[in-house]
Design a protein around this ligand. Structure first.
Ligand code: ADP
Ligand code: MG
Length: 251
């Protein structure tokens, strides 16, 4: 089977090299969690994969076609950020329907898709609520509904539950796992929480200290007992944090 997503020797320099060289492939339907110390380049990598930022080196292939930064044509990528980025003057349904406008659907079709996606995200009955009138967890549900509405080839999530309290965070981890099972989407999920990655990902990508490389790629299929896996990943991340603090104090 051809790879859904191929990250081929991707590197990025700002004033300093942020990503050295990262390469991995993602098959359709995989749920990949990208882990690494704060400031190691996770968001940068996600933005390059999503075509929001050009790479300095290497390339990203989505369904075999190169992702060109800024050229959204011919590519469907859904992104969920740590902040929900909903428009406060629009209802949840209007927020979701808005992203469907460029797809040429009629207003009635857009409303129907928005309704369906909100229901999938657990928000049936809240279509006409404004973002300011619902909880943070519900706003993130709406952001997920919006990202899925375009039927993306790949769903990118950058620490989407980082601003939620511990209880809501656990609820949303279960929810995103359920949504993934129901939709079969390919998901790339960035987090710095090892527990979160182990709880939801089918594949775990541990990045090194900046400039980032892949330190280890682990299939999370239950072969390694959960406790042991968490311990191993914790050791790795502590080593990388130390290595990064030994370098220039950036980020
Ligand atoms: N637009 C930018 N210009 C300059 N430096 C940047 C820019 N974006 C990120 N960086 C730097 O790149 C490094 C990695 O950032 P980021 O990808 O946000 O890390 P992470 O998401 O892993 O915490 C940091 O040192 C950060 O300061
Ligand atoms: Mg980040």
């Amino acid at each position: 089977m051809a790879l859904k997503l191929q990250v081929a020797g991707v590197g990025k320099d700002y004033l300093i090299p942020v990503i050295d060289s990262v390469a991995f492939g993602v098959e359709a339907g995989e749920f990949v969690c990208v882990l690494g110390p704060n400031g190691c380049g996770k968001t940068t990598l996600l933005r390059i994969i999503g075509g929001l930022e050009p790479a300095t080196r290497g390339e990203v292939l989505l369904d075999g076609k190169p992702v060109v930064a800024g050229d959204a044509h011919d590519r469907k990528v859904g992104v969920v950020f740590q902040e929900d980025r909903l428009l406060p003057w629009m209802t949840l349904a209007e927020n979701v329907a808005l992203v469907l406008k460029p797809l040429g659907l009629s207003p009635a079709e857009r409303r129907a898709v928005a309704r369906r996606q909100l229901a999938l995200a657990g928000l049936a009955g809240f279509e006409t609520y404004y973002p300011g009138r619902v909880s943070g967890g519900m706003r993130q549900r709406a952001a997920i509904a919006r990202a899925l509405a375009i039927e993306p080839d790949v769903l990118l999530m950058d620490e989407p539950f980082g601003a939620l309290d511990a209880q809501n965070r656990r609820i949303m981890q279960n929810e995103v796992r359920r949504i993934w099972k129901e939709t079969g989407r390919t998901i790339l999920f960035v987090t710095h929480s090892i527990e979160e990655a182990v709880a939801i990902g089918t594949t775990l990508v541990m990045m090194s200290a900046r400039p980032a490389r892949i330190r280890e790629l682990i299939t999370n299929d239950g072969a390694i007992p959960r406790g042991e896996l968490i311990e191993r990943l914790n050791t790795m991340i502590m080593e990388e944090v130390e290595r990064q603090q030994g370098g220039a104090p950036l980020g």
